[in-house]
Design a protein around this ligand. Sequence first.
Ligand SMILES: C[S@@+](CC[C@H](N)C(=O)[O-])C[C@H]1O[C@@H](n2cnc3c(N)ncnc32)[C@H](O)[C@@H]1O
Ligand SMILES: O=C(O)C(=O)C[C@]1(C(=O)O)C=C[C@@H](O)C=C1
Length: 248
Amino acid sequence: MEVDTIFTSEESASSPFAFNASVAAVFDDMLNRSVPLYREALTLQMKLANRFYLPGTRMYDLGCSHGNFGVGFLEAAGDRDFSMVAVDNSKPMLEIYEKRLSVRRGSGRIQLCCEDISTTPMEEASVVVMNLTLQFLPLAMRDEIIGRVYQALVPGGILLLTEKVVHKNAFLADIQQESYYGFKAANGYSSLEISRKREALENVLVPETLEAHQERLGKSGFSMVEIYLKWFHFTSFLAVKEKKQCGV
Ligand SMILES: C[S@@+](CC[C@H](N)C(=O)[O-])C[C@H]1O[C@@H](n2cnc3c(N)ncnc32)[C@H](O)[C@@H]1O
Ligand SMILES: O=C(O)C(=O)C[C@]1(C(=O)O)C=C[C@@H](O)C=C1
């Protein structure tokens, strides 16, 4: 695994964060060292996806990057039939994803789409995964995309949404940030790397409060929402599209 040294260089500070070839090449190391409970979240997402996926429907992974969810799901699925559409607008990420699929059996069950998720057509979905992706979309587009996810889900279908959230209370938001930067430092990032990445992510990754996410999910139609994992900023929601009358 290539080590993430992106923010050790001075030039990195001057340009906004992007999912380019340099980031794609070190992305696993970046995720492992920058996202608390990343692997645990993925494992739970795979278990939930497996529990809720319905034969004949589709699974969507929106902002799939280089395929950690899809590749993990494929490996766990064995010969089970499923259909996944994995979407990302970063070509370098999808090139790595494609290579990972090319050496695996049954990878035709995953279709890769290089496009903006705001235009991805979705239908007949029983599982939609958005792992650390919504936070990169313009605020003004977020209601619309979550609304479309709800419409695309079959009754009993789920959205697995993981986001970096920010506490609505300024003091607790500071505690979140302090804890998070402590996590990064413990994983070997220097304070210069941490502050350069913070600057690069400004106005690129725009986190919202937990309450804003809950409100949007409710407004979009999701009446059942559970937070199944949380580590200060990092929050994973399970939102279920209720089956009318008989529950799920
Ligand atoms: C933090 S990464 C997601 C990590 C990935 N879901 C995982 O579990 O490993 C965010 C991804 O969203 C993609 N992305 C951001 N905005 C997008 C958009 N508008 N349309 C499609 N993909 C987008 C980025 O290219 C990047 O690969
Ligand atoms: O490094 C940070 O500050 C982060 O917020 C981590 C985060 C994310 O949450 O998406 C940011 C960029 C990379 O995509 C990987 C992880």
